[in-house]
Design a protein around this ligand. Structure first.
Ligand code: SAM
Length: 288
């Protein structure tokens, strides 16, 4: 089953949460010169024009990136991570619309954020299983040390272990169309934990009334993994969300020092705009 297309949801509150976390991790990794292997197990299209037919249908970006873009000057002045994120968004607009950056026309997906970070000594693998989405990804310009692979991302990641570089950074961002994916993600994380003990792995999960993310969280605890930190951006109480997500979660194995503070401060600035009744919670799921 491959019905999910991220274009329907591009730039929503969960993308903002996920890509701010990703950027905070990348910033930290870039402080050292030693090479990093990046793996994006579920890459999507790479770039999302907001006037695409699919994106216009639900317009989720209107409750995500759009209000942040509209208040970008005030937000950028208040927080270093947000400033970097907003400056990068402006760059993505310039790249796709040479005439100017003032209008928000595209929302860049994880392959774009990772490509921005790539230095000559690093490597990047972008996995995408959906043939159509993979073809779209082909439109993104990639440097020679990045490759896109039409295939299963979790299997592809496992096959790359252990990686040849001293450092590993992984984003696992499935669509969770099949409920088995929660357990598959957990067992993949356990394997990364065994074969690349210091790898930084970010897993995005939806907060849905059915609460299936708890299976993922319990499984990784049962697997004996350590240093698992999580951040949850909660828009409303689960009871108020009969359908759809009530929040977005990020589980990070081996979170870099300072992530809690940097992301916490950025989320504290955007939370009143995106979720006046909501909250951001973070902390160790499993400590040292
Ligand atoms: N990571 C992207 C971003 O942040 O811009 C969004 C990814 S979207 C949530 C999930 C993507 O995973 C979809 O494009 C879907 O086609 C793809 N997908 C689904 N199952 C997959 C699998 N087993 N391996 C790789 N990609 C898969």
């Amino acid at each position: 089953m491959l019905a999910y297309q991220h274009a329907y949801h591009a730039g929503n509150f969960a993308d903002v949460h996920k890509h701010l976390t990703l950027l905070a991790v990348i910033r930290h990794l870039l402080r050292k010169k030693s090479p990093v292997t990046y793996v994006d197990t579920h890459a999507g299209r790479g770039c999302y024009p907001l006037d695409a037919q699919e994106t216009r249908k639900l317009q989720e970006y209107r409750q995500g990136v759009a209000p942040l873009w509209e208040t970008r000057e005030r937000l950028g002045d208040s927080d270093a991570l947000l400033k970097e994120w907003l400056d990068a968004l402006a760059k993505a607009q310039r790249e796709t619309r040479p005439e100017g950056e003032s209008r928000l026309a595209v929302y860049p997906g994880s392959p774009w954020w990772l490509t921005q970070a790539l230095r000559p000594q690093d490597r990047l693998s972008l996995f995408e299983l959906h043939p159509g989405e993979h073809e779209h990804l082909g439109a993104q310009a990639l440097p020679s040390n990045a490759r896109r692979i039409h295939g299963d991302g979790l299997e592809g990641l496992r096959k790359q272990l252990p990686v040849a570089t001293p450092r590993l950074c992984v984003l696992i961002d499935p669509s969770y169309e099949r409920k088995e994916e929660y357990a598959e993600v957990a067992s993949t994380l356990a394997e990364v934990g065994r074969k690349a003990r210091h790898g930084v792995v970010m897993i995005w999960y939806p907060l849905l009334p059915a609460g299936r993310h708890r299976l993922l969280l319990e499984e990784v605890k049962r697997a004996g993994l350590r240093k698992l930190w999580r951040s949850e951006f909660i828009l409303k109480d689960p009871g108020e969300a009969a359908h759809g997500m009530y929040g977005s979660g990020m589980l990070v194995m081996n979170p870099p020092w300072g992530l809690e503070q940097a992301l916490g401060e950025a989320m504290a600035r955007i939370r009143p705009i995106l979720a006046p009744q909501g909250r951001h919670e973070s902390g160790w799921w499993v400590g040292e």
